[in-house]
Design a protein around this ligand. Sequence first.
Ligand code: ZN
Length: 434
Amino acid sequence: MIWNREAECMTAEEMEELQLKRLQNVVKRVYENVPYYRQKLDNAGVTPEDIQTLKDIEKIPFTTKSDLRNVYPFGMFAVSTDEIVEVHTTSGTTGKPTVSGYTAKDLDLWGEVIARALSMAGATRTDIVQNCYGYGLFTGGLGVHHGGQKVGCTVIPISAGNTHRQIEVIQDFKSTILTCTPSYAMYISEVLEREGIPKEDIKLKAGVLGAEMWTEEMRDEIERKLNIDALNIYGLTEIIGPGVANECMEKNGLHIFEDHFYPEIINPNTLETLSDGEKGELVLTTLTREGMPVLRFRTRDITTLRKDECGCGRTHVKMDRITGRSDDMLKIRGVIVFPSQIERALLKIEGIHPQYQIIVSRPHQLDELEVQVEASPSLFSDKVKYVEDVKNKIEHHIHNEIGLRVNVSLVEPQSLPRSEGKAVRVIDKRGLDK
Ligand code: ZN
């Protein structure tokens, strides 16, 4: 079922014409209303009149997370705060969060793109959406909420956590669509199995799953265990939240709602724009957002764009599932972790070298983090009890720094691999880059 056939099935020519008109409009709006952008464009010697073709977007400087932090909290707003009716933020694990402001029209837009996403999963007025994305400043909960109501679904704003209650609601309310992270869907399926809930008590038919990287293997397992179609949703707070792109039932890439979000792929090292089919960093421009338009935002997410015809009839460009990041950020159980945070924790402890390696695995469908740290020679020859103390101390310091429990192993001095150039700090065994 296609939510907005006119928008989702237009020809390439129609789309380009619309995108250009909207791009010219948004550049003009930020130039006139956001001093930070005006300065940035002036510095680059670009004026709104320079945007004559879609290709001219390449003249515009990129926007990064640090730009958004520079003007924290409201400096990116293109309207007065009187017009802003809702705000959300990123988690801000690694510094000030970035803020996203929405006008009433923006909420309508957000509802529209989520409505398209839910419709891809077959949602109609008769469906009951169990929304286990977190409500609050995080965009997941309320984003899906706005879109679900636009479709006319019954939305259950249950938010994340309390799995026992989730399962009770799945049975009692006969939920048909589950919206949450893929790892939480997996966890729910395991608990259902463990508690021996009869299959006929579960009416779920689809899952709209996102907010973390996952694999085809994980999709297969979720689909088999919950007997649903599991679709991938993509988005980010800086652009709007979830609802930038979503998979159709072909399950072969995510359609980007490109009448609202203009995608480009760049080489993250040279910053040059790449062609369709080439792998690189996704860059997004909001074409229609009123409250906080963003030009050429570097998402750091690695993917490929494809303009193939799709069996579902939609014409929007497709992106492959995200396979990595252009920075060294890790997402562990939904929490953002940078290796530098682990390093910071290690530097606080005497008797160890800040030589370490982070090993991420997903043994039981839940991310696990192991940190191997080199002990100093004196420590290594010391009594077992003392070594255990140091290990606990490291675990404690890392927990304080990143908010997650990790397993620490102390290894012999000089035993971790050394590399010339950039140290290989992270070994990710989750197989997410397949
Ligand atoms: Zn499709």
